[in-house]
Design a protein around this ligand. Structure first.
Ligand SMILES: [Zn+2]
Length: 149
């Protein structure tokens, strides 16, 4: 799923119950969970190991040669983050809910996108993948943002 979707979905939902600063944090967490793609690219790629462009295109490609997911996207990471978020909730409930929204929305959106028909296209040197459901989610998120603000 695209970084824009990973940002706007938790951002728009968190606007319903929190302020804009926390909502930005929820969106950024939703987006930056995929930072592990870069580290997995460095580990597994045969060439252009440190290229952000190559990392992006591999993650968006339908012919990916290795999984770009680290433990963060897998059951061990979900268990680890659930434990951390649970601990954090004792100190700051609202902030832990923001972290939870960013993280769990990301994991859920990734699971949904695996099962969808993705359409691939290229803009310049960048490969993109998109589905109708993802477009609908982005549209609904923007409507929610406009209504909430
Ligand atoms: Zn992801």
């Amino acid at each position: 799923m695209n970084p824009l979707t990973h940002f706007v979905v938790p951002f728009s939902i968190s606007l319903l119950f929190s302020n804009i600063n926390f909502s930005i944090i929820a969106g950024l967490i939703g987006m930056f969970i995929d930072i592990d793609h870069y580290f997995e690219h460095i580990i597994h790629a045969k060439k252009m190991k440190f290229s952000l462009l190559a990392t992006w295109n591999h993650a968006m490609s339908k012919h990916a040669t290795y999984s770009e997911w680290s433990f963060i996207h897998k059951p061990l990471g979900i268990f680890f983050f659930t434990y951390l978020i649970g601990l954090m909730s004792f100190f700051n409930l609202e902030f832990s809910l923001i972290i939870a929204l960013g993280y769990y929305s990301h994991i859920l959106l990734d699971q949904i996108s695996i099962r969808l028909n993705q359409y691939y296209f290229k803009l310049g040197n960048l490969i993109f993948q998109l589905s109708y459901l993802e477009l609908l989610l982005i549209l609904l998120s923007f409507i929610l943002i406009v209504i909430t603000l």
